[in-house]
Design a protein around this ligand. Sequence first.
Ligand SMILES: Nc1ncnc2c1ncn2[C@@H]1O[C@H](COP(=O)(O)OP(=O)(O)OP(=O)(O)O)[C@@H](O)[C@H]1O
Ligand SMILES: [Mg+2]
Length: 109
Amino acid sequence: MKMVKAIIKPERFEFVKKALEEKGFAGMTISEVKGRGEQKGITLQYRGGLMTVDLLPKIQLEIVVRDTDVDNLVATITEAARTGKIGDGKIFIMPLEKSIRIRTGEMET
Ligand SMILES: Nc1ncnc2c1ncn2[C@@H]1O[C@H](COP(=O)(O)OP(=O)(O)OP(=O)(O)O)[C@@H](O)[C@H]1O
Ligand SMILES: [Mg+2]
């Protein structure tokens, strides 16, 4: 199994969620996070001066899938989240050892 962590623009979230549903990805955990990438935030014109906002609001999706579903998941998120502008986000993939469904004790590896 893999843990896929995707950090996307908040305004793309509904579209990404819909695309995931259509592809049959049901489970997910969502968090509102702040982050920065290569540009280290953005500089804005503010009251005649420049103001740097270094940590921008993002949505983080955590989705656990079988190894064989990772490519499909990554393609689905990438297509739905992309605007082509900077700050579209990043996807991180980590090996996951186990998941346990609390109700049944069912274990997946
Ligand atoms: N190296 C990193 N480690 C952890 N989180 C990161 C890293 N790079 C980016 N992120 C997370 O991803 C979010 C989106 O990053 P962003 O899309 O700006 O990446 P980027 O590499 O700067 O690409 P782009 O040039 O398209 O903006 C950040 O706000 C941050 O939460
Ligand atoms: Mg960036």
